[in-house]
Design a protein around this ligand. Structure first.
Ligand code: 6PG
Length: 472
């Protein structure tokens, strides 16, 4: 039994839950933990040291340990587990209690759960938390959605534990219902995209530029000091110098080239398809993880299918410079696509998102934090109705300034037969988006030809259909 009442409850004392609880405790919030696994409770108590915490696997004791109204955070694997736990909690929850799901739940699940709990007057909040284990411990970026009034009860705590960027907390109430989880999903879509682009740059540097791991460490470290400054570039530089503990050389060369995924990137693409928002760089990032995972097929095809191979060599400094610019270009395109989806989803799902706030809270703590987000934030602050950041003059200039280099990089990849579809999609997106005319008139003609789907004309109002097979 607990000797006192605790401010917050934490359900799920895995690494994320544990670290978030310790972060809360560091900021003066007392936390009672619940986990069904005894070893997790032990780990939590051990990590807590002399801190004022309590942990149990008895739900009654857990609830008795919390001050009322209860404020409970769940950090458990997304999916069915969340529903099972909610069902177990419901008999113990009372009106005005706040239940927070801080996992990567699908936004449609969050909507269903919110409605179910709303009927019982229980406030359910879907909260995206980004930053991994160390973010949870030292300050994550936090993306809360749900009832605004409920948010007021947890706001001070979330601001205290969040990352800070230019002294501003990286947390902001984003909107009702599933707004927080939606924004976190798109964050992850952008995350997939940037990771894919970085790995393409690595591929070219390694195979065309013949860069060693030491060179790669130096290149990425240098890039991190310039326009590409970001968490993902920074950790990439670190990765290349990590020695393997099980054999000689660097660990990177021992890791199987088969990427896994929990699904959030794919969810982003799925919903974008549904809302008809083009996200080609994010889509291809998901696809490339899938292609990487069919390793056995790739090995078999490698023996059959031929390609050009690396023939041309390039001046190393030029290659590094072209790739830096190409990455900058394609990363801007990734953010542009993610924010364009948020713009559309905000209208469709009535989230009423403030995109400037989202750029602001992504500047610190989260996986996609980068110097570029400051420019994106400024773009939205100057034009809150911006439907695509490429519409911002300064951002458009950055893209235009790097287009020669990305075209060069694509040429190098294609002549060597090295797959760099992220770069290709970024450029194709740019070239399509700036095209006054696209050959979709032919698609319309074909649709009308075989399916009588009709078409519009560019010189007359109305809907038209043609008997295409009639005598010429
Ligand atoms: C974050 C990460 C985090 C997690 C991803 C990994 O923002 O902290 O996005 O949520 O690392 O879910 O996703 P995949 O397993 O799909 O790569």
């Amino acid at each position: 039994m607990a000797k006192q009442k605790y401010n917050y409850g934490m359900i799920g004392l895995g690494t994320m839950g544990r670290n978030l609880a310790l972060n809360m405790s560091d900021h003066g919030y007392s936390v009672a933990g619940f986990d069904k696994t005894a070893s997790q409770i032990d780990a939590f108590m051990q990590n807590a040291g002399s801190r004022e915490v309590f942990a149990t696997s008895n739900l009654v004791d857990f609830f008795n340990a919390l001050e009322s109204p209860k404020k409970i955070i769940m950090l458990v694997p997304a999916g069915k587990t969340v529903d099972l736990i909610i069902d177990e909690l419901i008999p113990h929850l009372k009106a005005n209690d706040v239940l927070m799901d801080c996992g990567n739940s699908h936004f449609t699940d969050t909507d269903i759960r919110s409605k179910k709990l709303e009927k019982l007057n229980i406030n359910f909040m879907g909260i995206g938390v980004s930053g991994g284990e160390s973010g949870a411990r030292k300050g994550p970026s936090i993306m809360p959605g749900g009832a605004k009034e409920a948010y007021e009860n947890i706001k001070d705590m979330l601001e205290a534990i969040s990352a800070k960027a230019s002294d501003e907390p990286c947390v902001q109430w984003l909107g009702p219902g599933s707004a927080g989880h939606y924004v976190k999903m798109v964050h992850n879509g952008i995350e997939y995209s940037i990771m894919q682009l970085i790995s393409e740059a690595y591929h070219l540097l390694k195979q065309v530029g013949k860069a060693s791991n030491k060179d790669l460490h130096d290149i990425f470290s240098k890039w991190n000091e310039g326009v590409l400054n970001s968490f993902l570039i920074e950790i990439t530089a670190d990765i290349f110098e990590k020695k393997d503990e099980l054999s000689s050389g660097e660990l990177i060369d021992k890791i199987l080239d088969s990427a896994q995924q929990k699904g959030t990137g794919g969810w982003t693409s799925e919903d974008a398809m549904k809302l008809q928002v083009p996200l080609p760089v994010i889509d291809i990032a998901v696809t490339m993880r899938d292609i990487s995972a069919i390793k056995q097929e790739r090995i078999a095809m490698h023996k059959i299918l031929t390609g050009p191979g690396v023939i041309n060599t390039y001046d190393k400094d030029s290659l590094i410079n072209w790739l830096q610019e190409a990455l900058y270009f394609a990363i801007i395109a990734s953010y542009a696509q993610g924010f364009a989806l948020l713009y559309a989803a905000s209208k469709k799902y009535k989230y009423d998102l403030n995109l400037e706030n989202i750029a602001r809270i992504w500047r610190g703590g989260c996986i996609i934090r980068s110097a570029l987000l400051e420019n994106i934030r400024t773009a939205f602050s100057q034009n809150p109705g911006l439907s695509n950041i490429i519409g911002d003059e300064k951002i458009a200039k950055k893209l235009m300034g790097a287009q020669t280099e990305i075209r060069k990089v694509i040429q190098i990849g294609s002549e060597a037969g090295i797959p760099i579809p992220g770069f290709m999609m970024a450029l194709a997106y740019y070239d399509s988006y700036r095209s006054e005319w696209l050959p979709a008139n032919l698609i319309q003609a074909q649709r009308d030809y075989f399916g009588a789907h009709t078409y519009e004309r560019n010189d007359k109002e109305g809907i038209f259909h043609t008997h295409w097979e009639a005598k010429k």
